[in-house]
Write a protein that binds this ligand. Structure first.
Ligand code: APR
Ligand code: ZN
Length: 250
Protein backbone atom coordinates (compact mmCIF):
# COMPACT_ATOMS: atom_id res chain seq x y z
CA UNK A 1 0.00 0.00 0.00
CA UNK A 2 2.75 2.46 0.98
CA UNK A 3 4.70 1.40 -2.11
CA UNK A 4 1.70 2.08 -4.34
CA UNK A 5 1.11 5.49 -2.72
CA UNK A 6 4.81 6.41 -3.10
CA UNK A 7 4.76 5.48 -6.79
CA UNK A 8 1.62 7.48 -7.45
CA UNK A 9 3.08 10.52 -5.72
CA UNK A 10 6.48 10.28 -7.39
CA UNK A 11 4.84 9.98 -10.83
CA UNK A 12 2.24 12.70 -10.27
CA UNK A 13 2.34 15.88 -12.29
CA UNK A 14 0.26 18.15 -10.03
CA UNK A 15 -0.30 16.75 -6.53
CA UNK A 16 -2.07 18.61 -3.74
CA UNK A 17 -2.83 17.80 -0.10
CA UNK A 18 -6.08 18.23 1.81
CA UNK A 19 -5.83 18.10 5.60
CA UNK A 20 -8.07 18.07 8.65
CA UNK A 21 -7.75 18.00 12.42
CA UNK A 22 -6.24 14.48 12.41
CA UNK A 23 -2.91 15.70 11.02
CA UNK A 24 -2.44 17.81 14.14
CA UNK A 25 -3.56 15.13 16.61
CA UNK A 26 0.06 14.01 17.16
CA UNK A 27 0.96 17.64 17.94
CA UNK A 28 -1.48 17.47 20.85
CA UNK A 29 -4.29 19.47 19.25
CA UNK A 30 -7.61 17.70 19.88
CA UNK A 31 -9.70 16.81 16.80
CA UNK A 32 -13.28 18.06 16.58
CA UNK A 33 -15.25 14.87 16.50
CA UNK A 34 -12.97 13.16 18.99
CA UNK A 35 -13.29 16.10 21.27
CA UNK A 36 -16.51 15.61 23.28
CA UNK A 37 -16.19 16.67 26.86
CA UNK A 38 -12.69 18.09 26.57
CA UNK A 39 -13.77 21.62 27.36
CA UNK A 40 -16.45 21.88 30.06
CA UNK A 41 -18.43 19.11 28.38
CA UNK A 42 -19.51 21.27 25.42
CA UNK A 43 -19.57 19.93 21.89
CA UNK A 44 -17.90 22.14 19.24
CA UNK A 45 -21.28 22.48 17.51
CA UNK A 46 -22.53 24.26 20.64
CA UNK A 47 -19.65 26.73 20.70
CA UNK A 48 -18.43 27.30 17.16
CA UNK A 49 -21.60 28.94 15.82
CA UNK A 50 -22.80 32.52 15.27
CA UNK A 51 -25.85 31.75 17.46
CA UNK A 52 -23.68 30.68 20.40
CA UNK A 53 -21.59 33.84 20.01
CA UNK A 54 -24.70 36.06 19.98
CA UNK A 55 -26.15 34.25 22.99
CA UNK A 56 -23.00 34.10 25.09
CA UNK A 57 -19.90 35.78 23.61
CA UNK A 58 -18.10 35.35 26.92
CA UNK A 59 -18.46 31.56 26.80
CA UNK A 60 -17.39 31.37 23.15
CA UNK A 61 -14.41 33.64 23.79
CA UNK A 62 -13.30 31.53 26.79
CA UNK A 63 -13.41 28.47 24.56
CA UNK A 64 -11.36 30.17 21.83
CA UNK A 65 -8.83 31.60 24.27
CA UNK A 66 -8.39 28.11 25.72
CA UNK A 67 -7.79 26.71 22.22
CA UNK A 68 -5.51 29.59 21.23
CA UNK A 69 -3.38 28.98 24.29
CA UNK A 70 -3.25 25.23 23.65
CA UNK A 71 -2.42 25.67 19.97
CA UNK A 72 0.27 28.30 20.48
CA UNK A 73 2.18 25.76 22.58
CA UNK A 74 1.79 23.02 19.93
CA UNK A 75 4.58 22.26 17.45
CA UNK A 76 4.30 20.85 13.92
CA UNK A 77 4.81 17.07 13.73
CA UNK A 78 6.54 14.88 11.15
CA UNK A 79 3.45 14.82 8.91
CA UNK A 80 3.41 18.65 8.65
CA UNK A 81 7.16 18.63 7.94
CA UNK A 82 6.82 15.89 5.33
CA UNK A 83 4.27 17.97 3.40
CA UNK A 84 6.59 20.99 3.47
CA UNK A 85 9.41 18.74 2.22
CA UNK A 86 7.25 17.37 -0.62
CA UNK A 87 6.57 20.97 -1.67
CA UNK A 88 10.31 21.71 -1.70
CA UNK A 89 10.81 18.62 -3.87
CA UNK A 90 8.24 20.17 -6.26
CA UNK A 91 5.98 17.12 -5.92
CA UNK A 92 3.29 18.87 -3.89
CA UNK A 93 1.92 22.10 -5.35
CA UNK A 94 -0.35 23.23 -2.49
CA UNK A 95 -1.79 22.31 0.89
CA UNK A 96 -5.48 23.01 1.42
CA UNK A 97 -6.36 22.78 5.10
CA UNK A 98 -9.49 22.91 7.21
CA UNK A 99 -7.31 23.51 10.26
CA UNK A 100 -7.01 26.88 11.94
CA UNK A 101 -3.89 25.95 13.92
CA UNK A 102 -1.14 27.47 11.73
CA UNK A 103 0.98 24.30 12.02
CA UNK A 104 1.44 23.88 8.25
CA UNK A 105 2.89 27.38 8.09
CA UNK A 106 5.05 26.59 11.10
CA UNK A 107 6.45 23.56 9.26
CA UNK A 108 7.35 25.68 6.24
CA UNK A 109 4.55 25.03 3.73
CA UNK A 110 4.42 28.03 1.41
CA UNK A 111 1.40 27.55 -0.81
CA UNK A 112 -1.19 27.15 1.94
CA UNK A 113 -4.94 27.65 1.64
CA UNK A 114 -6.74 27.98 4.94
CA UNK A 115 -10.41 27.26 4.26
CA UNK A 116 -11.64 27.76 7.82
CA UNK A 117 -9.55 30.77 8.88
CA UNK A 118 -6.80 30.99 11.47
CA UNK A 119 -7.15 30.90 15.24
CA UNK A 120 -4.53 33.60 15.77
CA UNK A 121 -6.50 36.15 13.74
CA UNK A 122 -9.34 38.24 15.17
CA UNK A 123 -11.75 40.52 13.35
CA UNK A 124 -14.32 43.16 14.23
CA UNK A 125 -18.02 42.25 14.22
CA UNK A 126 -18.89 45.72 12.78
CA UNK A 127 -16.04 47.26 10.79
CA UNK A 128 -13.21 45.92 8.59
CA UNK A 129 -10.63 45.73 11.41
CA UNK A 130 -8.49 42.58 11.43
CA UNK A 131 -5.48 41.63 13.47
CA UNK A 132 -3.10 38.67 13.53
CA UNK A 133 -2.15 38.37 17.21
CA UNK A 134 0.97 36.35 16.39
CA UNK A 135 2.24 39.10 14.12
CA UNK A 136 1.19 42.04 16.29
CA UNK A 137 2.85 40.46 19.34
CA UNK A 138 -0.28 41.06 21.43
CA UNK A 139 -1.19 37.43 22.10
CA UNK A 140 -0.01 37.25 25.71
CA UNK A 141 -1.84 40.41 26.66
CA UNK A 142 -4.93 39.31 24.72
CA UNK A 143 -5.11 35.93 26.46
CA UNK A 144 -4.74 37.46 29.89
CA UNK A 145 -7.45 40.09 29.47
CA UNK A 146 -10.60 38.94 31.29
CA UNK A 147 -12.88 41.43 29.47
CA UNK A 148 -14.50 40.74 26.12
CA UNK A 149 -12.09 41.88 23.37
CA UNK A 150 -13.09 45.16 21.70
CA UNK A 151 -12.15 46.65 18.33
CA UNK A 152 -9.44 49.36 18.70
CA UNK A 153 -10.98 51.18 15.70
CA UNK A 154 -14.70 51.31 16.53
CA UNK A 155 -15.16 49.73 19.97
CA UNK A 156 -17.41 46.86 18.80
CA UNK A 157 -16.91 43.27 19.85
CA UNK A 158 -14.07 41.35 18.20
CA UNK A 159 -14.55 37.73 17.11
CA UNK A 160 -12.20 34.92 16.10
CA UNK A 161 -11.46 35.06 12.35
CA UNK A 162 -12.50 31.46 11.80
CA UNK A 163 -15.43 29.93 9.94
CA UNK A 164 -18.21 28.74 12.23
CA UNK A 165 -20.85 26.10 11.52
CA UNK A 166 -23.43 27.56 9.16
CA UNK A 167 -21.14 30.33 7.88
CA UNK A 168 -19.85 30.68 4.32
CA UNK A 169 -16.21 29.93 3.59
CA UNK A 170 -13.90 32.76 2.48
CA UNK A 171 -14.64 33.17 -1.23
CA UNK A 172 -11.12 33.66 -2.54
CA UNK A 173 -9.77 30.61 -0.68
CA UNK A 174 -12.65 28.39 -1.73
CA UNK A 175 -12.34 29.38 -5.40
CA UNK A 176 -8.63 28.79 -5.31
CA UNK A 177 -9.09 25.39 -3.65
CA UNK A 178 -11.65 24.32 -6.27
CA UNK A 179 -9.34 25.46 -9.08
CA UNK A 180 -6.45 23.46 -7.62
CA UNK A 181 -8.70 20.42 -7.24
CA UNK A 182 -9.74 20.62 -10.90
CA UNK A 183 -6.12 20.78 -11.96
CA UNK A 184 -4.73 18.12 -9.62
CA UNK A 185 -3.97 14.60 -10.82
CA UNK A 186 -3.50 13.41 -7.23
CA UNK A 187 -4.75 14.43 -3.80
CA UNK A 188 -3.28 13.31 -0.51
CA UNK A 189 -6.09 13.46 2.07
CA UNK A 190 -4.87 13.37 5.66
CA UNK A 191 -6.81 13.26 8.93
CA UNK A 192 -10.24 14.50 8.00
CA UNK A 193 -13.64 12.97 8.68
CA UNK A 194 -14.70 14.34 5.28
CA UNK A 195 -18.19 15.19 6.42
CA UNK A 196 -18.04 19.00 6.54
CA UNK A 197 -19.05 20.71 3.30
CA UNK A 198 -18.14 22.47 1.06
CA UNK A 199 -14.56 21.48 2.03
CA UNK A 200 -15.33 17.78 1.54
CA UNK A 201 -16.08 18.42 -2.16
CA UNK A 202 -12.37 18.98 -2.80
CA UNK A 203 -11.27 15.32 -2.96
CA UNK A 204 -14.47 14.51 -4.87
CA UNK A 205 -13.57 17.06 -7.55
CA UNK A 206 -10.11 15.50 -7.96
CA UNK A 207 -11.67 12.05 -8.29
CA UNK A 208 -14.32 13.17 -10.78
CA UNK A 209 -11.74 14.86 -12.99
CA UNK A 210 -9.76 11.63 -13.19
CA UNK A 211 -7.22 12.18 -10.40
CA UNK A 212 -6.04 9.70 -7.79
CA UNK A 213 -7.01 9.89 -4.12
CA UNK A 214 -4.62 8.70 -1.39
CA UNK A 215 -6.05 8.78 2.11
CA UNK A 216 -4.22 8.58 5.44
CA UNK A 217 -6.44 8.05 8.47
CA UNK A 218 -6.46 5.47 11.31
CA UNK A 219 -10.26 5.26 10.83
CA UNK A 220 -12.52 5.08 7.80
CA UNK A 221 -13.97 8.45 6.84
CA UNK A 222 -16.37 10.07 4.37
CA UNK A 223 -13.48 10.05 1.87
CA UNK A 224 -12.58 6.34 2.16
CA UNK A 225 -15.17 5.16 -0.44
CA UNK A 226 -13.43 7.21 -3.17
CA UNK A 227 -9.83 6.50 -2.05
CA UNK A 228 -7.60 4.66 -4.55
CA UNK A 229 -5.13 3.93 -1.76
CA UNK A 230 -6.20 3.97 1.89
CA UNK A 231 -3.37 3.96 4.42
CA UNK A 232 -5.07 3.08 7.70
CA UNK A 233 -2.46 4.62 9.93
CA UNK A 234 -1.71 7.76 12.02
CA UNK A 235 -0.41 10.64 9.89
CA UNK A 236 3.12 10.87 11.32
CA UNK A 237 3.96 7.21 10.84
CA UNK A 238 2.39 7.04 7.36
CA UNK A 239 4.18 10.16 6.12
CA UNK A 240 7.52 9.01 7.46
CA UNK A 241 7.23 5.68 5.62
CA UNK A 242 5.97 7.41 2.50
CA UNK A 243 8.88 9.87 2.46
CA UNK A 244 11.33 7.01 2.88
CA UNK A 245 9.87 5.11 -0.12
CA UNK A 246 9.70 8.22 -2.28
CA UNK A 247 13.33 8.95 -1.46
CA UNK A 248 14.28 5.49 -2.76
CA UNK A 249 12.20 5.87 -5.93
CA UNK A 250 13.70 9.19 -7.04
N1 APR B 1 -3.56 10.77 11.97
C1 APR B 1 -4.44 10.92 10.97
N2 APR B 1 -5.76 11.04 11.18
C2 APR B 1 -6.21 11.03 12.45
C3 APR B 1 -5.35 10.89 13.55
C4 APR B 1 -3.95 10.76 13.27
N3 APR B 1 -3.04 10.61 14.25
N4 APR B 1 -6.09 10.92 14.68
C5 APR B 1 -7.37 11.08 14.29
N5 APR B 1 -7.47 11.14 12.94
C6 APR B 1 -8.64 11.31 12.10
C7 APR B 1 -9.95 10.81 12.68
O1 APR B 1 -10.12 9.42 12.42
C8 APR B 1 -10.97 11.67 11.91
O2 APR B 1 -11.35 11.05 10.71
O3 APR B 1 -8.83 12.68 11.89
C9 APR B 1 -10.20 12.95 11.60
C10 APR B 1 -10.63 14.15 12.41
O4 APR B 1 -11.94 14.47 12.06
P1 APR B 1 -12.67 15.77 12.61
O5 APR B 1 -12.44 15.88 14.06
O6 APR B 1 -14.05 15.72 12.11
O7 APR B 1 -11.87 16.97 11.93
P2 APR B 1 -12.04 17.62 10.50
O8 APR B 1 -12.36 16.59 9.47
O9 APR B 1 -10.84 18.45 10.29
O10 APR B 1 -13.29 18.54 10.71
C11 APR B 1 -13.69 19.37 9.66
O11 APR B 1 -15.34 20.48 10.97
O12 APR B 1 -15.64 21.15 13.16
C12 APR B 1 -15.47 21.58 11.86
O13 APR B 1 -14.50 23.56 11.03
C13 APR B 1 -14.21 22.39 11.77
O14 APR B 1 -12.38 22.26 10.23
C14 APR B 1 -13.27 21.50 11.01
C15 APR B 1 -14.21 20.68 10.16
ZN1 ZN C 1 -14.43 47.77 14.47
Amino acid sequence: MIEEAAKLLARSRFAIAFTGAGISAESGVPTFRGFNGLWKRYRPEELATPEAFRRDPYLVWSFYKWRMDLIRKARPNRAHYALAELEKMDILKAVITQNVDDLHRGAGTRNLIELHGNIFRVRCTSCDYRENLKESGRMGEFLQDKELPKCPKCGSLLRPDVVWFGEPLPRKELEEAFKLAERADLILVIGTSGVVYPAAYIPQIVKETGGKVIEINPEESGITPIADVFLRCPAGEAMEKLMDRIGRLL
